[in-house]
Design a protein around this ligand. Sequence first.
Ligand SMILES: *[C@@H]1O[C@H](CO)[C@@H](O)[C@H](O)[C@H]1NC(C)=O
Length: 228
Amino acid sequence: MANLSRPSLPSCLCSFLLLLLHVSSSYTGQFRVIGPGHPILALVGDEAELPCRISPGMNATGMEVGWYRSPFSRVVHLYRNGKDQVGEQAPEYRGRTELLKDGIGEGKVTLKIRNVRFPDEGGFTCFFRDHSYQEEAAIQLQVEDPFYWVSPGVLVLLAVLPVLLLQITVGLVFLCLQHRLRGKLRAEIENLHRTFETFGVLGPQVKEPKKKGQFIEELILHLEALSG
Ligand SMILES: *[C@@H]1O[C@H](CO)[C@@H](O)[C@H](O)[C@H]1NC(C)=O
C-alpha cells in the first residue's frame, strides 16, 4: 500500500520527462516539408521560382526557413526571426534571391532566384525549423540555354544561307527569263522561217522539225547568205 501512495523517485522523474516530451512535441508541432516534386526549369538569365511548404499548413512566420545547397551547405537564402538574413548568404547568391512570403501564414513560401546561371543547376534543400524540430525537402533546378543550338557551324550556315537562297532565286529567275526569251525567239524565227518558206527562199531541208540550235544556226547561215 505504501508503495502505491508514494511512487519511487525514478518512476516519477520518468513520467515527468515523458510528459515534458509530449508537451514539447505537441507545442512545436510536427510537419513535413514538401517541395515541387519535379525539377524546376529555368533559362539562363531568367528567374527561377522554387516553392516549398509545410504540411499540415500552419503559420511559419516565426519559424526559420532557408535554402542551402551542396557543397558545404552553402546558404542560398535564410529567413530567421522574421527577417531575411542577407549576411549569411553565400556570395554567389547575394542580391539575387527574394523570399516570397505571401503564403507564409499558411506555411507556404517561394524562393525567387534572379539572373539564373549554369552553376545554379542542381540540387537545393529547403528547410523549415521550428524550435528544435526541423524538416527539409530536396528541389532540383534545371538550367537551360535558349541558344544552345547556336554552334559555330550553325552560325556559318545562318550567314551563308541567305546568300545561297538569293543566288538560287536569281538563278531560277534568270533561267525562267531565258526560257521565255528563247521561246519568244523561237516563235519569231519559226514565224520568219514560215514567211521565208512561203516565198521559197529556203530549201526543203529545214521543213522537218530539227534541233533548236541547229535550226537557228542554219537559219542564221541562210540569213547571212541572203544579206551577202
Ligand atoms: C502568423 O503569425 C504572425 C506573428 O507570429 C502574425 O503576425 C500573422 O498574422 C499570422 N498569420 C496568420 C495567417 O495567422
